[in-house]
Design a protein around this ligand. Structure first.
Ligand SMILES: Cc1cc2nc3c(=O)[nH]c(=O)nc-3n(C[C@H](O)[C@H](O)[C@H](O)COP(=O)(O)OP(=O)(O)OC[C@H]3O[C@@H](n4cnc5c(N)ncnc54)[C@H](O)[C@@H]3O)c2cc1C
Length: 350
């Protein structure tokens, strides 16, 4: 089989990039080991243009969020699946000072499209929010695991998907490009998420994987229809099911759910939710984060036609649609990559 691109990894990055390459009439072949604890399969899929303690716009928020809000509904129609859930996010104030500071900051008209500092109705009667909250617009969540299942069916129908552990030793460079068993490809694109640290060509890049834990709980009494965020978040999934998370652990880089994280999340939930709930699931996975918190895109410094599309950290849902388009411009039209995402920013200078 001869293709333009062989891709490794069917997380959100490899899936969206593959889909967009197919739309450009490129022939692709995608290999993935269908690992149940991959970052994309565990992720809550939250997207929110204003984050952090100081509540600032995320990097490139305008471009990323404008595209995401049109991209995912179109994708749902193309894949015949439902996974994109725009939903307001209610940020609960933790102190009077924080409430005053954020009201002063966001009263400005420049934030009108993003933030409602004085939501008219407080429908958080089941949530402990004595200091009130502000409403972030343009937020929501994507059921990434469902999206990946829909993508997998789509790629299988197109006969361009193989479930297999990719063996780096089997990839051979030829005068025409690259060969992996029977697959001959002009180029190879690695999208292995946090597992890229084992990649012989790109594993040296300064990944800074971060473990995250997340719980699922049910409550018949919680009618919450918006996302709630304070120290952690609660995302309504429908039918009385909610997700809560996520922890950040920079030291224990494994996929084992821990008692410590469970206690931490449960303690916060007990303080925040006024009605009874029952925890029904607890998961852990590794975010493919990078030292400077920007993605890693581009061609290998010496091996021609060997590429990486990775490093989406904790923002895979908002970053991937825009950066897939940007990367395809680089692959097919030789457009420059933005320096902030080009992995060559880590090459020694001079
Ligand atoms: C607890 C938690 C919560 C999160 N919450 C959010 C959130 O709310 N919003 C958000 O935007 N992001 C969130 N993230 C981050 C998000 O999950 C990532 O940004 C995104 O999933 C990265 O996607 P990826 O495709 O690059 O990597 P992955 O999802 O890891 O996909 C890589 C794929 O490649 C496969 N693979 C790797 N090596 C091989 C090999 N050798 N052979 C075959 N297959 C291979 C893997 O098994 C996997 O299927 C969260 C992450 C965690 C852990």
């Amino acid at each position: 089989m001869t293709v333009d691109y062989l891709l490794v990894g069917q997380g959100i990055a490899g899936s969206i990039l593959s889909c967009e390459l197919l739309k450009q009439k490129k022939k692709i072949f995608l290999i993935d080991n269908y690992y149940p604890n991959s970052s994309s399969r565990v992720a809550a899929g939250l997207f929110n243009p204003v984050t952090g303690r100081r509540m600032v716009h995320t990097w490139m928020a305008n471009e990323l969020f404008t595209l995401a809000h049109s991209y995912y509904p179109t994708l749902e129609a193309e894949l015949g699946a439902n996974f994109f859930h725009p939903q307001p996010l209610h940020y609960l104030f933790s102190s009077v000072k924080e409430s005053n500071d954020l009201h002063a900051k966001f009263g400005d008209v420049e934030f009108a499209d993003w933030i409602n500092p004085n939501p008219a109705e407080n429908y958080l009667s089941e949530i402990h929010a004595p200091l009130g909250f502000l409403e972030l617009k343009q937020a929501g969540w994507c059921h990434v695991a469902n999206m990946l299942e829909a993508f997998r069916n789509y790629f299988e129908k197109k006969q361009c998907y193989l479930q297999e552990e990719f063996n780096y030793d089997k990839l051979k460079q030829t005068s025409a490009g690259w060969e992996y068993g029977p697959v001959k490809a002009d180029a190879v694109i690695f999208c292995e998420g946090a597992r890229a640290t084992a990649n012989p060509w790109f594993g040296h890049l300064p990944f800074k994987p971060v473990k995250g834990e997340i719980i699922t709980f049910k409550s018949d009494k919680l009618s919450l229809a918006s996302i709630v965020k304070q120290h952690y978040w609660i995302i309504p999934q429908g039918n009385g099911i909610f997700k809560c998370g996520a922890t950040f652990d920079f030291n224990r880089i494994d996929e084992m759910p821990t008692k410590e994280a469970l206690n931490e999340l449960e303690t916060w939930l007990t303080k925040t939710v006024k009605v009874p709930f029952e925890i029904i699931h607890h998961q852990a996975a590794i975010r493919p984060a990078v030292l400077d918190r920007r993605p890693l895109l581009g061609e290998h410094a010496t091996c021609k036609n060997l590429f990486i599309f990775n490093g989406f950290g904790s923002k895979g849902v908002s970053l991937t649609p825009f950066l897939a388009g940007h990367f395809i411009g680089y692959l097919t039209h030789k457009n420059d990559l933005m320096p902030e995402v080009n992995h060559q920013r880590f090459m020694p200078r001079g």
